[in-house]
Design a protein. Structure first.
Length: 735
């Protein structure tokens, strides 16, 4: 049959997969070039996780697409082993077989020709004949070969259920030989155990296996998922009516069914319900979140009321006065008041915006405590924040994970109530980043006679993790707090600092009256549309800022965006900036994403094995030509990532404002457009502006900028720490 005469007829073609030009994140649609006996063919559809080099038998039909031209639409795909030498090389070096990259794949084929795959299967000992393959590498290849078989089965199964085939590697890593059994028999475990797989993907599998919409197991899994998602948004609990409503929408099941299963789940202890007096609805917690909040409140109460600082308040104030005299430091009235308020307190909070004198007070406290023979420990939640604290205080500072001696193998902190920290005063900077879990671990390690001083900016964004610890503590009057509001340091003449405070006060930014336009460090570049804003931003980062401020566009400039999608979203800007600032790096593709040597990279989740955390930024420094592994350098450490772990990484030319917390950059560029309408909030903009040391550029529509400044109603977090602490304090008072 002539396919040119009958373009929509059913047909079958066989050929080698040369390249994937597109693959969506779910893995259920791809565009590929397939080399057949008569030439190259464009094939579109679900290719069942096939990789370049494999031979495909594809059933489907031809069509003439108006936009993309003649293409073959696949309805069924069978993966066949490659038969040509070139096909075997492409297959082996595709990343599917760990331990074999382009160089080693070519050596194997040079040695064994088109029989290479058969030889690996039937005569694996002959691999040792190839240069570069010893016993260890041979074992690695054979283990990967066995794993590939299991991956293929999982890929086919997941592809049939519209789940991204990129997760097959990770599923196999987590479940091993039981992978397919777990996926088929306990599909909802995927949403809990596999990073990147959500409830909807697991639910598609479960429903296709015959699990009913109102099945109790499905509803319980949906309730847990809604609460876990809420935790990811910063909540420690959800009000019962809101949880039921969200679960009903997710599951498309009536609320009566949800209520019935919720009662059972609470009775079993899987979820925790705290009932309240009307009109406040009952609060539903996960067991982990409830335990953390209850313990945190109790430990804060004990520190406030039961701990006795060894530092007598007046002695500390006398030594602080001597320090000021010796170092010729003159405190303003509010700074002096803050010093008096916080001195000798077992728990104190020092809060204020940039330039208000927090660093000066930290320095005085450190000098005064050590002058009396005491010990001061300095820490911050992130490495960058710890380095900044160390530089400003003139003494060592650590991340909280290092201070508390995090055991990466066992995923626990070694410093706790049984082995507390040895410090008279513990100062933690950037305390707005403390979520309830990290705060609990910190409170566990405060020694019985030690003091804890939390320092932070209450107007910054709250922690990425669950809880709103700093803000909750500031709302409880018995907690001793000093707030600095006036700008004292010379940098107050900086437009960055002046405008940060204007934004905090709900006022639009402006240029200092003494600054000429070319002297300012704060700019708003108008753009009438998101598309125009994107073009102006790209030119700023790649041309104007490097030329005017001698800053490297990769290391010296950080773009911060409120959201992922849209013209000025993180995804679009990362792709465009990569093309402009790193066009020639050696590429590595993963689905829709492409990494290149030299790229700026961000870690997306805590990886305790590699000791790298969510939000850390590094550089892609190498691609192993033999194995396809990537090497990313984080803060001087080279970490290796296999293909199965690449979903932990993303480009970092543009990152979210939340991910920037605790960091500072020479220059910050922020797109502000009405596409970001939902997320235009004052604390978001304030946080972005305060990340910059030398330069801030806001790019976009003035209406959007004003919207962000006026919107002082950040998304409410459902947390119970403040209420719990107030109740505990009230219960502890003598009657």
């Amino acid at each position: 049959m002539n396919d040119d005469l009958f373009p929509h007829s059913r047909s079958t073609l066989v050929g080698a997969l040369e390249s994937l030009t597109f693959e969506n994140q779910r893995g259920d649609f791809a565009v590929a070039n397939v080399r057949t006996a008569t030439g190259r063919v464009k094939v579109v559809g679900n290719l069942r996780g096939a990789v370049p080099g494999e031979r495909l038998q594809v059933k489907g039909k031809w069509e003439n697409n108006r936009q993309f031209g003649r293409q073959f639409v696949a309805s069924d795909v069978v993966v066949l082993p490659p038969t040509t030498r070139a096909g075997v090389v492409r297959y082996l070096s595709s990343g599917l077989i760990d331990g074999i990259g382009k160089v080693l794949a070519q050596r194997l084929v040079d040695a064994f020709g088109d029989k290479t795959l058969d030889l690996i299967e039937s005569e694996p000992q002959r691999l040792l004949e190839v240069a570069g393959i010893g016993v260890v590498r041979q074992r690695q290849i054979l283990q990967a070969w066995e794993k590939q078989r299991a991956i293929r089965r999982i890929m086919v199964f997941l592809a049939e259920h519209r789940v991204s085939t990129t997760f097959a590697f990770r599923i196999l890593q987590v479940y091993g030989d039981q992978a397919l059994q777990v996926v088929q028999q306990e599909p909802y475990r995927l949403a809990q155990d596999i990073f990147g797989i959500g409830f909807l993907s697991a639910d598609r599998i479960a429903r296709s296996l015959g699990i009913g919409a109102d099945d109790a197991g499905r509803v319980a899994a949906g309730l847990s998922w809604v609460l876990e998602e809420a935790t990811g948004e910063g909540h420690t609990y959800l009000p019962r009516p809101l949880l039921v409503e969200k679960a009903s929408q997710l599951l498309e099941v009536d609320t009566a069914c949800i209520e019935t299963v919720l009662e059972t789940t609470v009775a079993q202890g899987s979820l925790i319900e705290e009932r309240s007096s009307p009109p406040r609805p009952a609060a539903i917690y996960t067991a982990a979140s409830h335990s953390a909040e209850v313990e945190l409140a109790e430990r804060i109460y004990r520190l406030m009321t039961l701990s006795t600082s060894p530092m007598r308040r007046q002695d500390l104030l006398d030594r602080a006065a001597a320090v000021q005299s010796r170092l010729a430091i003159r405190l303003e009235e509010k700074q002096q008041s803050a010093l008096v308020t916080l001195a000798g307190q077992p728990l104190g909070i020092l809060t204020g915006g940039p330039g208000t004198g927090k660093t000066t007070l930290i320095h005085i406290f450190c000098e005064a405590v050590t002058a009396g023979g005491g010990t001061v420990l300095l820490a911050a939640p992130t490495g960058r924040a710890a380095r900044r604290l160390s530089e400003s205080a003139g003494r060592p500072a650590e991340t909280l994970h290092r201070l508390l001696r995090f055991n990466f193998a066992e995923r626990r902190f070694e410093k706790n109530e049984k082995d507390p920290l040895k410090g008279d005063l513990i100062i933690v900077d950037e305390a707005s980043m403390l979520d309830q879990y990290l705060a609990r671990s910190l409170l566990r390690a405060v020694p019985p006679y030690g003091s804890l001083l939390l320092v932070g900016d209450a107007d910054q964004l709250p922690s990425v993790g669950p809880g709103n610890v700093l803000a909750d503590l500031l709302s409880v009057p018995p907690v001793v707090c000093a707030r600095l509001t006036e700008v004292f340091r010379q940098e107050g003449d900086s437009d960055i600092i002046r405008n940060a405070h204007r934004i905090r006060q709900g006022l639009p930014p402006q240029k200092h009256s003494r600054h000429r336009p070319d002297e300012s460090d704060f700019f708003h570049i108008a753009a009438e549309s998101p598309a125009a804003a994107k073009q102006r931003l790209l030119r700023l980062v790649c041309e104007r800022i490097p030329a005017a401020f001698q800053l490297d566009p990769i290391e010296g400039v950080q773009v911060l965006s409120p959201m992922h999608r849209g013209e000025c979203g993180i995804d679009s800007l990362n792709s465009a900036l990569q093309q402009l600032v790193n066009p020639d790096g050696e590429p590595v593709r993963l689905g829709e994403r492409e990494f290149r040597v030299g790229d700026k990279i961000i870690q997306l989740r805590n990886d305790y094995q590699r000791e790298v955390f969510n939000g850390q930024i590094g550089r892609l420094v190498a691609v192993d030509p033999e194995t396809g592994d990537l090497t990313v350098q984080f803060e001087g450490r080279d970490l290796t990532y296999e293909r199965a772990n690449l979903s932990d990484l993303a480009l970092a030319y543009c990152i979210s404002i939340h991910k920037s917390q605790g960091s500072e950059y020479p220059a910050v560029v922020v797109p502000i457009t009405n596409q970001h309408y939902v997320l235009l909030q004052r604390n978001l903009l304030y946080t972005a502006v305060t990340r910059a040391r030398q330069l801030v550029c806001l790019v976009g529509e003035r209406k959007a900028l004003l919207r962000a400044i006026r919107n002082d109603a950040p998304l409410q977090r459902h947390t119970g720490l403040a209420r719990r602490l107030v109740d505990r304090i009230a219960a502890g008072r003598p009657r």
